[in-house]
Design a protein around this ligand. Structure first.
Ligand SMILES: CN1c2c(nc(N)[nH]c2=O)NC[C@@H]1CNc1ccc(C(=O)N[C@@H](CCC(=O)N[C@@H](CCC(=O)N[C@@H](CCC(=O)O)C(=O)O)C(=O)O)C(=O)O)cc1
Ligand SMILES: N[C@@H](CCS)C(=O)O
Ligand SMILES: [Zn+2]
Length: 753
């Protein structure tokens, strides 16, 4: 019997019940019991949806982040919070993720190459791991009460350690202490008669040195006896190069991502130990396309002949990265909707595939026919293919990706045009997305507010933001992005080749979600997207207002993308669409234009051997979008949420006139890279951590700016926050920016003296 299962299910609920409960709890509008009830209800719902599978998966739910939950479960709560060992209250748990009055939050960073962010465990020489699995086990009890076979999931010890940061000690020295605690937990699961446990070791997707590979041997040696059978789950890459190590581990099966890395199947089939199961991840857990069941079945049937009962069928990775269900999507074009599968539909797909293996292809005749029809319609639909876009792409080589003149000459003409002071101040684009703004948009979307009224509302918010910035005496203004639901979705809604959903939410971090739009066809820009708004904002002030665009790589990275052509082909189409907008903005008199690329680093392949190829096309896409700018049009770009030291040459090759980049959260660590690599153009290292409601003091901002000035020549330096301010409130934003401008002015005076 082939078994169908999933590696994990989205936690947020069909209509984001988790988000609303979390935020109500944080506002004091819901108590801890109420919050726990919402969690319990969601878990039950998620298990019911998995009822047709061979297992229901437990341990994948979290009230904030699963990496944080593991740190808490294994007793790695940072001492600085002063919490007593043992079970944390809900307030204490959230304090770790979000900070409290006395402590900043734990660090948050990107989960591999996804748009999900995890909380980075903080370790030190004093860390003493000590298991407290009360919550994990009580959720396991809940799952078992569903009357189904339960497969719990854990993040593995090596990945947990690798993803942590240790202040004053080599993390590997902490490995045995951690693995020992895992062994206690596994023993408990064994006594509870759990037959299979899934252990995720996603770091196997990365380039690991010998030390880390040996860490697997050492950690898993603790897990040899008195434990359930272990399915070692890998995803996001080909892991066959570590086969020698992996097959030596005391586990009982492996999950492979056969969507991202189908080429690893053959080597694995040859090397699979005789008693291991193979969980074949054939349904795409990172994208929303309906599975081509016939194609999957071809692969699976060959596997089944060889493996028999040792074959499991699964999505490629946890379904955390897909929206929950298509069930509530009423506005999607029916043809396009027919091409899609969200988490619930993917569960049905793996169940269908397993049924075909167990009961014969005839048992899924109607599902196969529907899948064939969807494949055929997507392949031939006129919605997908556009001759004009193809013609432009064919002629791509005729577009010069370089600006007309070199940076130094451009800088001179731009300075002549704008006459900005030394250390110019600016912000990154968004100002607080207030409840007012969101309520207007919600009313507009529900048809309760006319287009005219909505636009008037947005203009009022824009005018408010402009006046605030003038009062703060900022040099280069922004319109504040009030009209944007999201920096990617907003453009996706206006570009041809894109579809967008009503409830296709995916968790980004904590309670924050994004609704990635879907690129289903050739992308082009039917009409200008931001020109009227930019023109309006500029009409309100004599100071320059930056036009604000999302760049092609970020549009690609934060959308669900076509799987019927290479990513880079879609990136070039996006680049041309943005290029058209840059040109229209400059024709409309907008002389400073920011093309945001926060996801450029995130899109970097997980394995270094593939970096160059990616960076070549990603940088080219950005340059194509920007090179239409005249020399006196100043192109800014912005990056955040990542560490950039390893790609500084590629960032420099983008040749933006100014880059504003997140640095304050990491205490300007980025600037260490400047020792070896002198960034050639202007740069604004962030001096205000916008992730925290805490207002940075003048002294803090000054220290950061002085640190920046010790590495970057003053003539190249801009002063700005780390990122946009959409998640902040106006009161804190105003004070923080006031402090920032004061510091810039003070340093300017010092310079002039
Ligand atoms: C910079 N970041 C972004 C990433 N990815 C993106 N696609 N976009 C990004 O900006 N990745 C890295 C980071 C991640 N950071 C964030 C930060 C903040 C959010 C966030 O605030 N998300 C919002 C949803 C934003 C949105 O789409 N808003 C819509 C709909 C608002 C809504 O929920 N409306 C309610 C009713 C209105 C009300 O009364 O509030 C409803 O529809 O029910 C809009 O503004 O129109 C969030 O709430 O989670 C995400 C990632
Ligand atoms: N312009 C965007 C960039 C976020 S990364 C903003 O300010 O929100
Ligand atoms: Zn940003």
């Amino acid at each position: 019997m082939a078994i169908a299962h999933i590696l994990g299910y989205p936690r947020i609920g069909e209509k984001r019940a988790l988000k609303f409960a979390q935020e109500a709890f944080w506002k004091g509008e819901l108590n801890a019991t109420g919050l726990q009830e919402v969690g319990k209800g969601l878990r039950e719902q998620h298990w019911q949806k998995q009822a047709g599978l061979g297992f229901i998966t437990a341990g994948d739910f979290t009230f904030y982040d699963h990496v944080l939950d593991h740190a808490v479960m294994f007793g790695a709560v940072p001492e600085r919070f002063g919490f007593q060992r043992g079970v944390l209250s809900e307030e204490q748990y959230f304090a770790l993720a979000r900070g409290n009055a006395s402590q900043p939050a734990m660090e948050m960073t990107k989960w591999f190459d996804t748009n999900y962010h995890y909380i980075v465990p903080e370790l030190s020489a004093d860390t003493r791991f000590s298991i407290n699995a009360h919550e994990f086990l009580s959720r396991l009890d809940e799952a078992q009460a569903q009357g189904k076979t339960v497969k719990p999931v854990l993040l593995g010890p090596v990945s947990l350690l690798y993803l942590s940061k240790a202040r004053d000690r080599d993390r590997l020295q902490l490995l045995d202490g951690l693995a020992e605690q895992y062994a206690y937990l596994l023993r408990e699961l064994y006594h509870r008669k759990i037959e299979w446990l899934q252990i995720d070791e996603p770091v196997l997707a990365l380039d690991l040195d010998d030390q880390w590979l040996k860490a697997f041997e050492r950690a898993y040696a603790w897990l040899r006896t008195q434990r359930p059978k272990i399915l070692l789950a890998t995803y996001f890459a080909n892991v066959s190069r570590y086969q020698g190590f992996i097959t030596g581990l005391p586990v009982d099966g492996i999950h492979l991502d056969l969507v991202r890395a189908p080429e690893q199947l053959a080597p694995w089939l040859n090397a699979l130990p005789g008693h291991w199961v193979l969980s074949a991840g054939v349904v795409d857990g990172r994208n929303i396309w309906r599975n081509d069941l016939r194609r999957s079945l071809d692969i699976l049937q060959t596997l089944a002949q060889k493996l028999g009962d040792r074959l499991w069928v699964a999505p490629s990775c946890s379904l955390l990265h897909t929206p929950v269900t298509l069930a509530h999507e009423e506005n999607l074009d029916p043809e396009i909707k027919h091409w899609l599968a969200f988490a619930d539909e993917k569960i049905a797909e793996v169940a269908t595939l397993a049924r075909a293996l167990n009961e014969g292809e005839g048992s899924i005749a109607s599902e196969l026919a529907a899948s064939d029809a969807a494949v055929q319609s997507r392949r031939t639909s006129s919605r997908v293919h556009n001759a004009d876009v193809q013609a432009r792409i064919t002629a791509l080589d005729k577009i010069n990706p370089e600006r007309h003149r070199a940076f130094a000459e451009r800088k001179a003409v731009q300075q002549a045009r704008y006459n900005l002071p030394a250390l110019p101040t600016t912000t990154i684009g968004s100002f607080p997305q207030t409840a007012d703004i969101r309520a207007s948009r919600a009313a507009f979307k529900q048809g309760k507010l006319s287009t005219d009224r909505y636009q008037q509302d947005m203009q009022q918010h824009i005018e408010f933001a402009i006046r605030e910035q003038e009062a703060l005496d900022i040099d280069v203004l922004v319109h504040g992005e009030a009209e944007r639901n999201d920096m990617v979705e907003y453009f996706g809604e206006q570009l041809a080749g894109y579809a967008f959903t009503q409830y296709g939410w995916v968790q980004s971090y904590g309670s924050r979600c994004v609704k990635p739009p879907v690129i289903y066809g050739d992308v082009y820009r039917p009409q200008p997207m931001t020109v009227e708004t930019a023109r309006y904002a500029q009409s309100l002030t004599s100071r320059p207002v930056k036009g604000m665009l999302t760049g092609p790589v970020t549009m690609l990275q934060w959308s669900f993308v076509r799987d019927d052509q290479p990513r880079q082909s879609t990136a070039m189409q996006l680049a041309l669409a943005i290029r058209d907008e840059v040109d229209d903005l400059q024709q409309a008199g907008i002389g400073i234009i920011q093309i945001d690329e926060p996801a450029l680093r995130e899109g970097l392949p997980l394995q270094q051997a593939e970096w160059k190829q990616y960076l070549d096309w990603a940088v080219r896409a950005f340059k194509l979008s920007a090179s239409v700018a005249e020399d006196d049009t100043q192109i800014h770009t912005h990056m955040c949420y990542s560490e950039f030291n390893d790609i500084l040459p590629a960032i420099a090759a983008m040749d933006a006139d100014v880059i504003t980049i997140e640095t304050s959260r990491s205490h300007m660590e980025l600037l260490d890279g400047f020792g070896e690599f002198a960034y050639p153009n202007d740069i604004g290292p962030g001096v205000y951590d916008i992730h925290s409601p805490r207002v940075p003091t003048i002294a803090e901002i000054e220290a950061l700016l002085r640190r920046a000035a010790s590495v970057v020549p003053l003539a190249q330096l801009w002063v700005n926050p780390d990122c946009g301010l959409k998640t902040r409130g106006w009161a804190e934003t105003r004070t923080a920016l006031d402090n920032m401008v004061q510091v810039a002015k003070q340093l300017r005076t010092e310079l002039a003296a």
